[in-house]
Design a protein around this ligand. Structure first.
Ligand code: GAR
Length: 213
């Protein structure tokens, strides 16, 4: 008698990562152990070179660059970036230290499929200097947030957050590095959750079909 067929594993979902920095968040996604429900299909940047692109090349992941300076205006850049991302058929687009704002021309192409990692407990301290702003305010607890990107600045529906205590002797570098340790594992857990099972968005509430920890 022939063996019963083994249940087929669903093929991993395509994740496209956009980054502008050293790329340790991207590296955490690349290093997430198999089997996992996603694969990094490509990594792109607004810069011609950065640590994140180097990490992708080292992992054998296709890369692309889409520079604002090479386009007539921000709208044209958003359209070109969405075409470059779309060429890799993403199920999820992950902003992992991507230091440019995305316009509706980009977001419309990937409705509720773009997430961003941010080094504070949003809605506290949006913007480019979250760890410095948290220190400047004297908070005792900060952390990291992964959220769905909308047209606002660090304002979209929150997917998951984790807290990080502020130490009395923290400076911006030490605090941001401790946040990033937690942020890397949060991002892997969120990308796993969003690609392992369907999720839904009800106004500002994101409901996951898979736990994040
Ligand atoms: C991360 O802390 C990420 O949240 C932050 O840049 C860092 C990237 O680290 N992004 C922002 O502040 C966006 N507003 P990495 O280059 O080591 O992955």
């Amino acid at each position: 008698m022939p063996d019963a067929p083994t249940p087929s594993t669903p093929s991993p979902k395509n994740v496209v990562v956009l980054a502008s920095g050293s790329g340790t968040l991207l590296q955490a996604l690349l290093d997430a152990p198999d089997p996992k429900p996603f694969r990094v299909a490509a990594a792109g940047s607004d810069l011609a070179s950065c640590g994140a692109l180097d990490r992708a090349v080292a992992a054998g992941v296709p890369t692309f660059t889409c520079r604002v300076a090479d386009h007539a205006d921000r709208t044209a850049w958003n359209v070109a970036l969405s075409a470059a991302v779309g060429a890799h058929a993403p199920d999820l687009v992950v902003l992992a230290g991507f230091m440019k704002l995305l316009a509706p021309a980009f977001l419309r192409a990937f409705d509720n499929k773009v997430i961003n990692a941010h080094p504070s407990l949003l809605p506290a301290f949006p913007g480019m200097h979250a760890p410095a702003d948290a220190l400047g305010h004297g908070v005792k607890l900060t952390g990291c947030t992964v959220f769905l990107v909308d047209a606002g600045v660090d304002a979209g529906p929150i997917v998951a957050q984790r807290a990080v205590p502020v130490a009395d002797d923290d400076d911006v570098t030490t605090l941001h590095e401790r946040i990033k340790v937690v942020e890397r594992s949060l991002l892997v857990d969120v990308v796993t959750a969003l690609t392992a099972a369907p999720y839904s968005v009800h106004g500002r509430k994101v409901v996951l079909g898979w736990p994040t920890s």
